[in-house]
Ligand binder design. Sequence first.
Ligand code: PXG
Length: 439
Amino acid sequence: MDTNPKRANAMDAYWMPFTANRHFKRNPRMIAGAEGMYYTTSEGKKVLDGTAGLWCVNAGHAAPRITEAVKNQMTELDYAPAFQMGHPKAFELANRLAELAPGDLNHVFFTNSGSESVETALKIALAYHKAKGNASRTRLIGREKGYHGVNFGGIAVGGIVNNRRHFGSLLTGVDHLRHTHDLERNAYSQGEAEHGVELAEDLVRLIELHGAETIAAVIVEPMAGSAGVILPPKGYLKRLREITREHGILLIFDEVITAYGRLGRAFGADYYGVEPDMITTAKGLTNGVIPMGAVMISSEIHDAFMTGPDHMIELFHGYTYSGNPVACAAALAALDTYREEELFERAASLEGYWAEAMFSLKGLPHVKDIRCAGLVGAVELEPVADMPTKRALDVYLRAWDKGAHLRTTGDIIAMSPPLIIEKQEIDELAGILAESLIA
Ligand code: PXG
């Protein structure tokens, strides 16, 4: 490998995110192109995208309407200042999202990523309580195994140990609910898991411990993605909603993965029938094409800020690229594509076929659980003794050689294909995974 950073194709300069850099650079997997369901590698090999990029390319790669919209926007208006200045597409997009969002989540704050959406929602939660005269509500509650991006608020409320342990004291005043991963009682679940509703009572325990008047918000993924697809137990999210409502605590759903059709509905909140006070999103908002996130916010929260003198800034928060015109154009085109190609409905109609394909892997070597919801699937494997992550990584590498791209987290294989997937491609993906488990 050429490691001289002064040469164009040397690999050392790029410090890759969440990657085993030295391992990757010894044996790189390079993508040169992508269209529809497939990547093309730099050697010209076609690889089925079993994960919609990183859970984001819901309409498939190079969706023509989105590509066109981005090109056009670049020449029409490339950038407009985001503070004290507007452009029509940001308002149009906010209206479209408010219409799509459940209940009275009628307001939208734009960010550039899932991590920023999380920081935004947490800050709004704190500032909301202060605006309402409840300044003692400063505590934030997350959940073990939760993933809320990589910024400081997100890793503080998050519960993935490796994402936290190297980064000092994080935020103070944070606590965590217990996770709901329970293979003994819930192996081979679909949609929701049968057992574990009582884990929502953990929130009552934390309220008794800290006092409700100190707690601002609870943030959870309705279905935990990054930790390896952990489905909520039946009734669990509803119970969290009841407890938070009863105690004046805001409920934030982190839907960076579950929003925009992944579960066959616009939001996980729709799929599970529970309405939070805020929803954080990113990824599928623009089909992954341009970085963008959006936080959906209830009227109750938004209106609490709209009280002081009207020349004053109501929320001291925002990003240079909030509502960037090119990102807005990409998002509007993505929403058009989802609607016109009926991709959310398509995901819902494939849910059963998908689950059958996933469950057909039951009984293959080292498989100890399979979990599905919408077009998400996970296969949990027995780890190799004393070598955690090795089993799944080996399966991943074999699948790549056989022409499919999967995700691994620990010893769990996760899949979340573009919503345009055809039945024969579901068969292809499950077939490659089956062979990779056996070989
Ligand atoms: N919240 C949730 C629930 C997420 O899944 C983020 C926040 C952060 O988003 P950004 O855009 O800042 O990365 C995420 C991101 C994986 C995987 O394979 C998952 C994510 C990102 C990359 C890989 O599990 N989730």
